[in-house]
Design a protein around this ligand. Structure first.
Ligand code: HEM
Length: 222
């Protein structure tokens, strides 16, 4: 088993872990956004969606554990790669403090990733905890939609969501193309298309997720 440990621990091994976990998270975000968009259908549509998920609770629990591990691997490896790159980079590699062949998105992956991580901790400690532990059965029919509505009335909470998902968009814009590069799918002819696809994906995620707190803040969900 030590060969597996050694290969995953190598520089390229860590990059492959980042790419594979990143692709899983890209897919998760698409599913999560589609589910969240039922909020625009009103409380019946959203509560119906959540109750349908509750019918397959054991499956959801397994998915959550796998997702948790994917996040942990992604974050742990991301930080390790960042530290390694920082230590390996010679001083004269920078031109007036800005490295060549990099974009703002690629240079700020650790910063945008850190804000998304803080967002995730806040997000799970509010929504996920409320959805899983605030069990007053008599309020159940309207409970889920109301939880979201109540939190997004708070301008700081809603505002932080908007900022965090815009930075998530920055993170995804580089992460998407970077994963393809790691897999070796960076052919001169097709790579510009992959880059554009990544940007479109990042924009859809940022706008889609940001629209929800904005909508609830201004409409109160009615
Ligand atoms: C307006 C934006 C969002 C809303 C309204 C929203 C809503 C929710 C809700 C209600 C849950 C609890 C689901 C349950 O336990 O049944 C949840 C869970 C979760 N959310 Fe979000 N979410 C948003 C954005 C995001 C973003 C941008 C990410 C990732 C960066 C994210 C990651 C997660 C994760 C990892 C879980 C736990 C897994 C799960 O239970 O599905 N969410 N979200």
């Amino acid at each position: 088993m030590s060969w597996l440990y050694n290969s995953l621990n190598s520089s390229i091994g860590k990059k492959i872990i980042m790419a594979v976990t990143g692709v899983c998270l890209v897919l998760f975000l698409i599913i999560h956004l589609i589910g969240n968009l039922t909020l625009y259908g009103g409380f019946n549509a959203f509560n119906g969606y959540v109750r349908t998920l509750e019918l397959v609770k054991p499956v959801i629990r397994v998915v959550e554990v796998v997702l948790g591990l994917i996040f942990i691997f992604h974050i742990f490896n991301g930080v390790r790669l960042w530290i390694e790159n920082k230590n390996a980079r010679p001083e004269n590699y920078t031109v007036k403090g800005i490295r060549k062949n990099t974009t703002l998105f690629s240079r700020t992956m650790i910063q945008t990733g850190s804000i998304v991580f803080i967002f995730l901790v806040l997000h799970l400690s509010t929504f996920w905890v409320a959805f899983n532990f605030s069990g007053e059965p008599e309020h159940k029919p309207y409970q889920y939609y109301s939880i979201i509505m109540d939190w997004f009335k708070n301008p700081f909470y809603a505002g932080f969501y908007v900022i965090a998902v815009i930075l998530l968009g920055f993170h995804l814009n580089h992460g998407f193309q970077s994963a393809f590069q790691t897999f070796g799918w960076n052919h001169k002819k097709y790579f510009p298309f992959i880059q554009k696809l990544g940007t479109v994906y990042a924009l859809i995620m940022a706008i889609g997720f940001a629209s929800i707190p904005i909508y609830f803040y201004f409409n109160g969900g009615n």
